[in-house]
Structures are given as structure tokens and as C-alpha cells.
Design a protein around this ligand. Sequence first.
Ligand SMILES: [Fe+2]
Length: 562
Amino acid sequence: MTHHLKLPQDCTSKEQDERRREVKQARREYKFDHSWDGYPPSIKSVPIREMPPKGVLKLVESGVKLEASKLEQWFNHVMDKIEHIDRKEKPFAPYTALYEKKTLPPIAKNDRWQLDAVFALQRLTGMYPWFIRRVDDLAALQKDFPVTDEMLEGVLPRNTTLADLQAAELLYVVSQPSLDGAPPSHDHVMTAPTTLFYVTTLGQLMPLAIQLYPKTSDTNPIFTPNDDPNTWLAVKIHAACADTLVHSIYSHAILMHFVMCNAWTAANRTLPPEHPIHAFLKPHFWSTLFVTSAVKASMAKKKGAQCEVYGTGLAGQNVMVGRLYESFDFREYNPHVDFARRGVDDAATLPEFFYRDDALKLWQADRAYVEEMMGLFYKQDEDVANDFELQAWMKEMASPKRAGIRGLPVNDAGQIETRAQLQELLTSILFTVTSRHSSIENGALEYLYVPANPFLYRLNPPTEAGVEIGRRKVAKKLPPIKQAIQGYALIATANFNPKKFGLLGRYEADFMAGAPAGVEDIVAKWNTALQQIDQEIDARNEKLETPYTGVKPTKTFNSIWN
Ligand SMILES: [Fe+2]
């Protein structure tokens, strides 16, 4: 039996010519758009062969853009529900009316989101497990964030100083300096907060202090749980809002959608369909270019859905993305690298970081899967080095004139040399377009209660310590109901059941058709590993008050398509 899927060096010269022709044709369809300054490139237009089936197309479109008539309907429904609410008594209740019983995130119940522990937990297992880092140099942090032990009297454990906590590796921080000075939109008050956390003796993360702008000054006080409770709550909302903005726009749209699309676009421009890597990746990019072009449209202009509701608007988004993308590094798609760089890789000092624990298991399963699948084709390192189509893909990915991806696993000459490098590359892509991307929607369903994670906040924070803000005002400065619906809908209506639309590990019958024998067994083995992880997550969650299902395999899609 002849194998259609094979490496180019194993092809006849006639086959090589045919493959060249295919790639040349693809280059006419898959083109990069470099017109956005400071952003990674994006796909110019979606090739026909990347379009999803019609039914899916409609669903995706309604997810990205909520039709005006539906919005109006939803808005009226919410307004009816909140008509008789006493806003003095229950200032946040109008936002609860956005949800139905089934969709109300658990953190909304009994105002749990307002608790310090729940606020902290969201930086670990909520929507944003990607920001928190360990404080290794307290003195350096204090230069621009002069928090002292005195300020934290009664908050810090007895006879414990900040220095003690740092020495024990129990001090952590989340900061969003990329928002500093970014022009706001829709009356949003742009802050660029730093939040300091510590891990209690029970292993729970708790907030210690928040400073809303990066540089210390007389008008930039440090807030702590010792402040008036409403003031502290308002400051926490600002910190959560900053995380929401950076997460939605940079972590989600740019790091997941844009960069991964560029890897796939580059693959199509260099690897013919008969290349095993092309065949391997294809189902993991199902509808991705299409949906990403819709995301791009929502970010591209002032009237884009995202720009219309987020406090960053277009101008603020440009500033933030430009700053963050400057330090982009592909290596961080490997969760081991990501956690080690942030100093959050030690379960002994940071125990409740379930995203880390689950992600590392999935990485291991994915890597073993990639290793076996690619092992069908690459028997030794030379096979990787001699694969000139693969080398062309690497070049296309790295070139600033093409995908412009920095940090790829290549040597100084830009070449990929070993099977280990290839595994690293493909596992990074596989893990990102499946588990990591799906964790966003999954996290949102659990945690996207608008007051807890708003995408704009119109409250002017106090410029001096000790100021009391009325509770009503804290709530009133959240997004207007209409905008809150729009923002929530951007995520909520893009939520579908993965079992119906491509569950992680499930393929069509023609997956890797024309490969040497063994594909089915390798896929089955991966699925067994995924199932095992799924069960372990269930068992762990049974013991938790707030279960973590962000990267649970049975809640994960096989590609980025929402
Ligand atoms: Fe997405």
C-alpha cells in the first residue's frame, strides 16, 4: 500500500513537483495582513476551504455580533425584571437580572464575589490564571509600590512581615502596567493596577493591597482590606476590570486567535496537504480562521462589537496590545515554561492553582500523543532536519514579513533540528488551540458575573487614603445595563456544547488518511489519557467548594472556533 502522507524527502521528484504546485496555489489564498501597527499579523481574507458549514457559520456570527433586535429584546426583559428592585437595598441586583437561573455564575450567589478569598481565587482558577507571579524581590516591588507591614496590621498573620512571606515564597502579585495611560472609552476610568497577594497557612490565596497606578505618588494611595469596605470593593473591581480587559483582548484574541491562526496560515503556505504535519493540524484549526476574522472585525474599528463595549475602546486597545506584544515569546505556550517564569510552578507554596495542575497533565498527554504520531514519520532527528517543507514552515513562521512568531524552537540559523524540538512545537500548538483556549469560555461561564469582572468601570478612585465611597455609587459606576448585556453576550452566546461541535480527541474517519499503520491506536491511547485526566479532575472537584473545570477534557473543543 502506498502512503500518501509522507515527508518530502521520501517523495519522487514528480511528487515533489506536485507538492510545490499545491503550496504555490495555497499561497494565493492564504495571505498575511500586516496593516495593524504593533499587532501580530492576521489573515487577509478567509480562504473558501476554511469556511465552516453553513449552520455553524450562522451560530458563530450570532456569537460575535448580537443582533440589534435580540439585544433590544434581552434589554427589555432585564428592565422588566429589575423594575421593582430597591437599588438602595440591593445595588448589584440589576446585574443578576442579566442571567437566568441556569446561567447565573456561582460566584454571584449571596454576593460571594465580594469576598476577598473569591476575588483572589479568580486569579488562579477563574478567567485569569495567566497573570499571577511570585514576588522574588520585595524591595524592588516596594520602590514603586511602597506597601509596609504597618499598613497591613491585622491583615498579615500575627508576627509575620512581608519580608517573611517573600522568603517563604508566599508572596504573589498581579499587575497590568500595559494599561497605564492608555486612552479610555465610554467614560471608563483607566487604571493599571498592581495587586499583592499572599498564601495563608491553609494554602488559600488572599489579597493584601492594591495600588491602581504603577508609579507611587501622593495621589496614588495604596488600598488594603483595612480601608472602608466599599472603597476596598471598588478598588478590587478596578483591579478585576483591568484583568478582564487584558485577558479578553490580549490573552484571548491576540495570544490564542491571532498568533495560532498565523501558525496555520504559514503551514498552508508551506506544507502541502500530503505533509503529515498539515494533516495532523488540520482538524485542530477547524473554522479557526473564519471565527478569528470575525474577532478581528470586532476589534478593528470603533463600531466593532468589542470596541463598542470595552473600556479600552480602539485607542486604548492599540496601546495595550502594542506594549504586550513587544515581549511576545512562543516558548510560553509551553505551560512548564510559563509557570517557571512566573514562579508559580511549586504546588507546595501555591497549592490551589488547579489550572496549573490540570494543564501540566494535559501537556504531558498531548506531548506523548504528538511524539507517537510524529514517530510514524520521523524516525530520527535527521528526518526532521532534512524535511525541507518543514524548514520552509519554520522560516515562514519566524519571518517578520510573514507570521513574525518569536521564540520558536529553532537553532540560530532558524532551522529545526530534532524530533524533540518538533514535539515541543506541535504540542505547544495543540495544547493552545484546545485546552488553553477552551479554558476561557469555561472560566467565563463560572465567573463572568459582570460586577465581579466588568469590562469597564466609571468610578473615579479616591486619590487619598481613608475615603469612604457609598455602596450605591460603587455599583452605579459599573457598565450601563445595555452595555453589560452586550459585553456578556460577546462571551455567553459563543458558548456551545463541545460534544456537538468537535470534542477534544475526536476526529472524522479520514483523519491522517494515507498514514502508515498505527494512527487509530495512537489516537485511542491519547483518548484514554484524556479520559483519565477528566476523571481525576472530577475526583478532585468533589472535595472543592468551587470546582475547577477550565481545562476539563469533556468540556474542551478540538479547535478554536468560538
Ligand atoms: Fe475564542
